[in-house]
Design a binder for this molecule. Structure first.
Ligand SMILES: Cc1cc2nc3c(=O)[nH]c(=O)nc-3n(C[C@H](O)[C@H](O)[C@H](O)COP(=O)(O)OP(=O)(O)OC[C@H]3O[C@@H](n4cnc5c(N)ncnc54)[C@H](O)[C@@H]3O)c2cc1C
Ligand code: FES
Length: 270
């Protein structure tokens, strides 16, 4: 039964796992009945309410993986087992795949979080997964040991400084795998310029590419209009976060800019 709610439910943190530098996963004894790609609004009373992707949900427990970057995420990363937070959701679209497909997942930074949930679910449906992960340095890689132990998952790593795996862009690995294997779908989550490049490679190789988009969100369920994308006015929280590259190619701001809480444009290459 779906338990989606527009009012926060208060949940106690059951377990905290330190995944990498400044990144923690919080487990809760509760299911959201969520699907990979969906997100929740995480509320820390008196601080902020921010969107976070579900990184695990097995029908008994769910988890959220948070990278400490600003005020809210830093305070969340300071929470301990037994502390309480508010959760609304799950919201948004999910990654789509069929039984037995060959999938390539490309994650950058904390973008690996929803892809970890996706890998967990897709292997149960006999999918074979090439999981490509990019990070600036080895200390920022997420879930590597866990993914390497999974049946039918092959892990590829690229770091900017060469401290683990291939030194350079994960795109080169993606292009190589697309030439060598029959791939049904590509799914990506990470920095927008990385995802734009992945979408272009997927389009060129004629492989359907699903991209998880980040935009500033306030309500998370379609009423405030904060997360619309130019020029079509598509609401990212309802039509996304997971969208097909063909849809994103029609949105002129994709790969160029996003808006902050006041609606000002923030360019990605500045
Ligand atoms: C659908 C979705 C899923 C996400 N999943 C994850 C995840 O799994 N793990 C994770 O660590 N982060 C995730 N994020 C990003 C996370 O929401 C922001 O990093 C967080 O809101 C930063 O808040 P802050 O107060 O710590 O930092 P701030 O210093 O306030 O902001 C840092 C950056 O985060 C952006 N940001 C701040 N508030 C919001 C907001 N309400 N909505 C969107 N962006 C915001 C700012 O524009 C800025 O670029 C996700 C974002 C979206 C839209
Ligand atoms: S966050 Fe309010 S409409 Fe998307």
């Amino acid at each position: 039964m779906e338990n989606k709610t527009e009012l926060p439910i208060v949940l106690e943190i059951k377990k905290v796992v330190e995944e990498a530098e400044n990144t923690k996963t919080f487990y809760f004894d509760h299911t959201l009945n969520s699907k990979p790609g969906q997100f929740v609004m995480l509320w820390l009373p008196g601080v902020d309410e921010i969107p976070i992707s579900v990184s695990f949900d097995d029908g008994e427990q769910f988890a959220l993986t948070v990278f400490a970057r600003g005020e809210a995420s830093n305070q969340i990363c300071g929470l301990k087992e037994g502390d309480k937070i508010g959760i609304r959701g799950p919201y948004g679209t999910m990654f789509n795949y069929a039984e037995g497909e060959n999938l390539v997942l490309v994650g950058g930074g904390y973008g690996a979080a929803p892809l970890r949930f996706l890998a967990n679910e897709a292997v149960k449906k006999n999918c074979k997964i090439d999981f490509m992960m990019a990070a600036k340095t080895k200390n920022k890689l997420l879930f590597v040991d866990e993914l390497r132990e999974m049946k039918n998952v092959t892990v590829y790593i690229a770091t900017s400084d060469g401290s683990e795996g291939f030194k350079g862009h994960i795109n080169e690995t993606l292009e190589k795998v697309l030439k060598e294997k029959k791939i049904n779908k590509i799914m990506t989550c990470g920095p927008e310029l990385l995802m734009k490049a992945v979408g272009e490679i997927g389009d060129k190789a004629n492989v359907q590419t699903q991209i998880s988009i980040e935009r500033y969100m306030k309500c998370g369920f379609g009423v405030c209009g904060q997360c619309v994308m130019d020029p079509l006015g598509i609401r990212t929280c309802v039509s996304g976060p997971v969208m097909n590259s063909k849809v994103l190619n029609m949105l002129e701001e994709f790969g160029k800019y996003r808006r902050d809480a006041e609606g000002r444009k923030q360019y990605f290459n500045k």
